[in-house]
Ligand binder design. Structure first.
Ligand SMILES: [Ca+2]
Ligand SMILES: [Ca+2]
Ligand SMILES: [Ca+2]
Length: 442
């Protein structure tokens, strides 16, 4: 066993050797069903069994920050943690999974409440959602069924020893954020109707109601592009104007990816990147996700552009330049042009004057990309501008051949070499130092 593993095991042993009630946020997945439980873990599991019986199967959230069947959180804000346990009654294929809340009172763990979920699996748990603003932290639990795309979330608050359901909603993907900046969070919920390929985004928020308790309701919605089959990422950011925005990256039925940009405009949820026909504004082939590619605090959206000369070749032989788009003043502008190699974990920022005038070829034999000033007559040594070669560990290294190359970086077992051909006659030629400064690891 590696040292780190031994240390971790020791740490686990030390933590579990205490008894009584403590704050504990250790992930116990895989440990809780072990026959030799000690201390607090055993107490909690026994308290659960005392409440719901021993014929149970634990359930583990599949996504999000909390992946254990036992999730610790101070859900009533009294300074000590409660634990949420997800489980199903074993052998009962009809019933949904359940969540049990256990609290430690007077040194003993005991079940406080038990609630049925909206699916047989747990997709995700989010605490501190602060949607209702009623002094409760609000918990959002996403429930799902195995092998289906339909998911349902519940927003819960813990009141008088009960998990009270504040609202429920079907979803494909959701995010919790303060979209309108009023101090209370909203839920931004994305749903897809796969039968007719339509998708939409909805805002669910807490609305005060005169004379009675407020409720969480839909206050705004907008359509997303047609043909979305999967949501890959919801990323919160700000526009150049300072306005809050959510970047939604998704996969289309064509296999292409798109990005949509959601903002609130006069209180109305608005999709800034959708053509009037419903077709996506941005489309790209690869699985690059929206991100702040130049670390300026604003998120950019990737879009593909073919390198010159690849127009007539088949899709799997094409090589694309990646343009990173920034949304500003009602339109997108290109902030960076890259040769973005996700597979090999690096990118190279193209000089502006290269765009449209430089193409790249891949040499499979050397695992090398070669950049040339483009000519319809093909590539030639006089017009070559740059080589980027990736070596992986245990690969034969030809020292003689590599004498003109410079090692610029490494990632895992890969080493990256750059060469600027000294004999290049191109007016687009750059110096080695400049080439190195444009290279970066992903
Ligand atoms: Ca508590
Ligand atoms: Ca808000
Ligand atoms: Ca940026």
């Amino acid at each position: 066993m590696k040292k780190a593993g031994v240390l971790l095991l020791c740490l686990v042993c030390v933590l579990f050797s205490f008894t009584g009630c403590r704050d504990l946020s250790l992930d116990v997945e895989g440990l809780i069903q072990a026959p030799q439980l000690t201390g607090e873990q055993k107490d909690i599991y026994q308290a659960l069994q005392a409440a719901v019986g021993s014929n149970i199967t634990l359930k583990y959230p599949k996504t999000g920050d909390y992946r254990s069947a036992f999730v610790f959180w101070d859900i009533d804000g009294d300074g000590t943690q409660e634990v949420l346990v997800f489980y199903e009654n074993a052998g009962d294929t009809e019933q949904n999974a359940r969540v049990n809340v256990l609290a430690c009172r007077n040194g003993r763990w005991a079940s406080v409440c038990d609630v049925a979920g909206f699916g047989r699996e747990v997709d995700r748990v989010q605490f501190d959602a602060n949607v209702s603003g009623q002094g409760q932290c609000d918990i959002v639990i996403g429930w799902m069924y195995e092998n289906t795309s339909s998911k349902s979330l519940g927003v819960y608050s813990f009141e008088e020893n009960m998990l009270k359901t504040r609202t429920t909603a079907d979803y494909s993907s959701f995010s919790v954020l303060d979209f309108d900046g009023d101090g209370l969070n909203e839920l931004l919920v994305l749903t897809s109707d796969y039968s007719n390929m339509t998708s939409n985004a909805r805002i669910l928020e807490y609305v005060q109601q005169e004379g009675r308790e407020g409720s969480i309701i839909e206050t705004s919605s907008c359509a997303l592009s047609t043909g979305i089959t999967q949501f890959k990422q919801m990323l919160e950011g700000i526009l150049v104007t300072g306005q809050k925005a959510v970047f939604v990256d998704s996969v289309l039925s064509s296999g292409l990816m798109t990005t949509e940009l959601l903002v609130l405009r006069d209180g109305q949820l608005t999709n800034l990147l959708q053509n009037s026909s419903g077709t996506p504004y941005v489309q790209r082939t690869s699985d690059k996700l929206s991100q702040d590619i130049n670390n300026d605090g604003f998120i950019e959206i990737p879009q593909d552009q073919l390198f010159p000369g690849y127009e007539e070749v088949s899709e799997n032989e094409r090589i694309y330049l990646t343009r990173w788009l920034l949304y500003d003043a009602e339109q997108t502008q290109v902030v960076s042009n890259m040769f973005y190699n996700a597979e090999e974990h690096y990118y190279f920022v193209l000089p502006q004057e290269w765009v449209g005038r430089v193409t790249v070829s891949f040499s499979e034999e050397n695992h090398e990309y070669r950049f040339y000033e483009y000519s319809s007559e093909g590539t030639s040594d006089e017009r070559e501008l740059l080589r980027i070669r990736t070596y992986v560990q245990n690969e034969y290294f030809n020292g003689e051949q590599m004498s003109q190359y410079t090692l610029v970086d490494n990632y895992g077992t890969a080493q990256y070499y750059i060469m600027v051909p000294p004999t290049s006659q191109s007016t687009l030629k750059i110096e080695l130092e400049q080439a190195i400064s444009r290279f970066a690891i992903l």
